[in-house]
Design a protein around this ligand. Structure first.
Ligand code: ADP
Length: 265
């Protein structure tokens, strides 16, 4: 709690309007701390592929008698490190756009079912490793959505990924999609730890990590849900949460049928 003595702008201007202002800055400071931590980690992570790129490229340049196989191997490392660097830079750019509120959608008419299927497939190996049951329950057909494929795909992978990540061994995750009340709705239900009521709004804040997540060795940067909700909203949709500690969580993403075009985009 920060307490500051401050002059209120009284109409008289005689300096009598003094007041103690109490602000709860704890959350704000926590968010700033975690953002600084994220930037520190990200900068560190940029250094590794950059060092590898430099080392392998210099080796190619300096060594004249390299076997062709070795040359190829070095080139493969260079290409894969360049890709890694690209992904990190994309992530940083997205965070920057989210911070500035300037994320832009690149829209097309989309079939959502294969995208939900892809998200579940992506997480299948991890779920198997944890002996989790990952069940899908899809409507036979869904109306199309006018949206940004990459962003929606990443948002869906985030939701299924979180369910797998936070649900313990032998848990169950059910991914449903269908049409409810004129919305296309994708539910990702898990029987994991659940989220305390006072944290349920905050999990959508940038850099926020739940107490359960922050105190465990589960990796994360607290950006996934902030990004996911931003993506749903930029399509005229929303992400809702229904959760109870000990029972589990259901994250529901809903999108308007046929899409939503915000003027100017
Ligand atoms: P990260 O996973 O990197 O921490 P997210 O933004 O994806 O960031 O999630 C924010 C927080 O919400 C997590 O730290 C975790 O506490 C909580 N959370 C998200 N999904 C789940 C889930 N399925 N079950 C329990 N807690 C979850």
């Amino acid at each position: 709690l920060r307490i500051a003595r401050s002059r209120l702008d009284g109409r008289s201007g005689d300096g009598e309007g003094m007041a103690w202002i109490l602000t709860d800055v704890t959350q704000q400071e926590l968010a700033t701390q975690s953002r600084d931590q994220f930037l520190l980690t990200a900068t560190h992570e940029l250094r590794t592929p950059l060092n590898n790129l430099q080392a392998y490229a210099e080796a190619l340049q300096a060594e004249e008698n390299l076997e062709i196989d070795q040359q190829k191997e070095f080139c493969n490392v260079i290409v894969s490190e360049a890709h890694r660097l690209g992904r990190l830079v994309d992530q940083l750019l997205t965070v920057g756009q989210m911070e500035a509120g300037s994320m832009v959608a690149n829209r097309h008419e989309l079939e959502l079912l294969p995208m939900v299927e892809y998200a579940a497939d992506q997480m299948k190996a991890q779920a198997d490793q944890k002996r989790q049951r990952l069940v899908t329950d899809f409507a036979a057909k869904l109306p199309t959505v006018f949206g940004d494929r990459d962003k929606l795909q990443a948002a869906l992978v985030n939701l299924v990924g979180n369910a797998v990540k936070y649900t313990p061994t032998a848990g169950e995750i059910i991914v449903r999609c269908g049409v409810v009340d004129n919305w296309i709705r994708i539910d990702i239900q898990d029987n994991g730890p659940g989220i305390e009521e006072e944290e349920q709004d905050k999990v959508f804040d940038k850099f926020f990590r739940g107490s359960h997540a922050a105190n465990s060795e589960m990796r994360g940067n607290g950006l996934g849900l902030a990004f996911t909700r931003e993506v749903a909203r930029m399509h005229g949709g929303e992400v809702d949460l229904d959760s109870e500690v000990g029972r589990g969580s259901t994250f529901s993403m809903r999108l308007p049928i046929g899409g939503h075009s915000r003027s100017g985009i």
